[in-house]
Design a protein around this ligand. Structure first.
Ligand code: UDP
Ligand code: MG
Length: 336
C-alpha cells in the first residue's frame, strides 16, 4: 500500500451523509432502522441519511416514507424505475450535502459500527476509507468463490490500485466525492472509479455479516453484468486479447496451410510418393470452427465496446427521479 506524506489531521465532518440504496428491502428496513437508531448517537457529527429507492416493487417505499415522517434527517430519493445499485449510489452521491459520505448496503451486511473506525481514519487525513472483508459469514460456497475470483480478475482488468475483497462500503471525503461526481459515465463501477481518481486511501478490516432479512438482489446475472461493465469500461485488455488470439490463430492457420501445400507437392511430384497425403477433412473442419469462433468472439467484444460508445453518446441522464422527500428546494439537481 502506498505511503502518503501529505496526510493532514482534520476534525470530524460537520455533516456526514449515509447513502443507502434500497431495492425490494421491505423486510430489511425495520432492522436497518433499529441499527441506525443505535449508531446515530455514537457518531460525532450531524448525520443525514439518503435512502435511494431503486424502483422497488414491494412495500419498501411505504416503509421509507413512514420513517422519513418520523425523522427529518431521513431523506428519500425515489427512482422512476430500477436503475441498479451503482446508479442508486451515484444518485445518493449527487444529492449528499455532507463533508463526507458513507456508502452502505441496506441489508446490514456492512455493520454500521465500522463507520466509527472509518471516521477515525478520516480524522487522520485519509480521503477514502474502504471496508475490507475479513470473512464472509452466511454466504454460499459459490458466492465466496465467485467473489474471490471476481476481485482478482478485476484488479488485473480495472486498476492496479483496486483494493481486494472490498465492496462499495466506504467513507469518501468531500474532495474526493467532488472528483467522482465529475465522472458521468453510464456504465459505472464505482470502486474502479475510486481507484482511478486516486486520493489517499486506507482499509478498515471488518467481518461481513449475513443479510439481516430477505434475499440477495445481486443474482449471478447482475454480478456478471457488473464484472463485464468493470472490465469493458476500464480496460482495453479484452480487445487486445482478442487481437492476440486472432494473430495466434492466423499464424497457426498459415503454418498448417504451408505444410499441407508442401506435403501435397511432395506426394504428387513423385519426390516422396510414399508420403501419405491425407485429404484432411477433420483438420479443415476443426480449423474452420476455431477460426469462426475466434472471429465471432472478437466481433462480440468489439460489439460490447461499441454498445458502450452508443450509450455514452446519447448523453442521457444516469437516472430519473420520480420524487424526493425531506430535501429542501435548494437541493442540487442530480444528473448532469
Ligand atoms: N440494490 C439496489 N438496486 C439493485 C440491486 C441491489 O439498490 O438493482 C441494493 C440492495 O437493496 C442492497 C445493496 O444494493 O442495499 C446490495 O445488494 P445485495 O445485498 O442484494 O447484494 P449482495 O450483498 O448480496 O452482493
Ligand atoms: Mg447484501
Amino acid at each position: 500500500m502506498a505511503t502518503y506524506y501529505s496526510l493532514k489531521k482534520r476534525k470530524n465532518p460537520n455533516l456526514l451523509s449515509l447513502i443507502i440504496p434500497c431495492y425490494n428491502e421491505e423486510k430489511v428496513i425495520p432492522f436497518l432502522k433499529e441499527s441506525i437508531r443505535e449508531i446515530l448517537p455514537k457518531i460525532p457529527s450531524k448525520v443525514e441519511l439518503i435512502l435511494v429507492n431503486d424502483g422497488s416493487s414491494d412495500h419498501t417505499v411505504e416503509e421509507l416514507i413512514r420513517w422519513a415522517d418520523e425523522d427529518k434527517r431521513i431523506k428519500i430519493i425515489n427512482f422512476a424505475r430500477n436503475f441498479g445499485h451503482q446508479i442508486a449510489v451515484t444518485a445518493g452521491m449527487d444529492y449528499a450535502n455532507g463533508d463526507a459520505i458513507v456508502i452502505m448496503d441496506a441489508d446490514l451486511q456492512d455493520p454500521p459500527e465500522v463507520i466509527l473506525e472509518m471516521l477515525s481514519k478520516y480524522r487522520e487525513g485519509y480521503d477514502v476509507v474502504y471496508g475490507q472483508r475479513e470473512e464472509r459469514a452466511g454466504e454460499t460456497f459459490f458466492k465466496k468463490v465467485s467473489a474471490w475470483a471476481f476481485y482478482r480478475l478485476m484488479k488485473i482488468l480495472v486498476h492496479k490500485d483496486l483494493p481486494l475483497d472490498s465492496g462499495d462500503f466506504r467513507l469518501i471525503s468531500r474532495n474526493c466525492l467532488d472528483s467522482l461526481k465529475e465522472m458521468r459515465e453510464n456504465h459505472r463501477f464505482l470502486r474502479g472509479m475510486g481507484a482511478w481518481v486516486g486520493y489517499p486511501q486506507t482499509p478498515v478490516i471488518y467481518k461481513r455479516a449475513p443479510r439481516a432479512a430477505g434475499e440477495t438482489k445481486y443474482p449471478l446475472r447482475k454480478m456478471l453484468r457488473l464484472a463485464v461493465n468493470a472490465a469493458v469500461s476500464f480496460s482495453p485488455l479484452p480487445l487486445r486479447l482478442s487481437l492476440s488470439f486472432g494473430i495466434f490463430i492466423a499464424i497457426v492457420g498459415f503454418i498448417v496451410g504451408i505444410t499441407s501445400v508442401v506435403k501435397a507437392w511432395m506426394h504428387y511430384s513423385g519426390l516422396y510418393p510414399e508420403l501419405v497425403y491425407n485429404p484432411g477433412w477433420a483438420t479443415i473442419v476443426t480449423l474452420l470452427c476455431i477460426i469462426g469462433g475466434a472471429i465471432l468472439i472478437a466481433i462480440g467484444i468489439l460489439g460490447e465496446y461499441i454498445a458502450r460508445i452508443f450509450e455514452e453518446v446519447k448523453g442521457r441522464p444516469l437516472y430519473v427521479v420520480e420524487s424526493k422527500i425531506n430535501f429542501d428546494s435548494k437541493a442540487k439537481k442530480g444528473s448532469k
